[in-house]
Design a protein around this ligand. Structure first.
Ligand code: GRF
Length: 199
């Protein structure tokens, strides 16, 4: 199965997916890494791994629709069947979510539906939560909203800083995302309304 991973910055989740595919336990390959930011470190990671990257900047298009049409054209060329958003800092539009319904996964650094958005780690810490975690979910029209595939809790310690908490969260992300991808690739995820049945 051909996978596209969408990223905007560091790409540690991209790296974790690449590494798990290299171990050969998931019958899939990354056909393309889509990136919207020319300064993103993930571009170097893709090059080092010999994975094709497609740099496509929103500012070069008049509308979001045109921007996304360009990406979809490329995904079709590469025969992509699964899209994994991994630190992609944009909301995907309806054209995307309709065309790839239940074929787009996202990873979020909190236990959805709480602490949505781009500062999930800091907000959980500032709120004084005792537990946060990681969610892998299907993507629908709303931000951080679609059916949940996997979640794992992470305890927030009294002396945690944003950095120390982020470190433990990322460690779980790097394990959970490949697990979710493996389940998808093996056809073990069945979406029924908001619920994802596994097995
Ligand atoms: C991760 O924390 C992910 O949950 C969130 O963005 C971050 C991306 O980190 N969506 P990286 O680029 O994979 O290192």
């Amino acid at each position: 199965m051909n996978i596209a991973v969408f990223c905007s910055a560091n790409g540690s989740n991209f790296q974790a997916i690449v590494d798990s595919l290299k171990r050969g336990k998931i019958k899939a390959e990354i056909a393309l890494m889509v990136c919207d930011n020319p300064d993103a470190f993930v571009l170097q990671r893709a090059e080092k791994e010999g994975i094709k990257s497609f740099l496509v900047e929103r500012k070069n298009f008049n509308t979001k629709g045109e921007y996304e049409a360009e990406i979809i054209k490329r995904l079709e060329q590469e025969k992509v069947e699964l899209i994994c958003l991994a630190g992609y800092m944009r909301l995907v539009g309806a054209v995307f979510t309709q065309k790839y319904r239940n074929r787009i996964l996202n990873i979020h650094p909190a236990i959805l539906p709480v602490f949505k958005g781009t500062h999930g780690i800091k907000e959980a810490l500032d709120y004084g939560a005792k537990v946060t975690g990681v969610t892998v979910h299907f993507v629908d029209e709303k931000m951080d909203h679609g059916p949940i595939v996997l979640q794992e809790a992470v305890e927030i310690k009294a002396d945690d800083t944003e950095e120390s908490l982020a470190k433990r969260i990322h460690k779980i992300e790097h394990k959970l995302y490949p697990q979710a991808i493996k389940l998808f690739v093996e056809g073990k995820l069945k979406v029924e309304g908001r619920k994802v049945k596994i097995g």
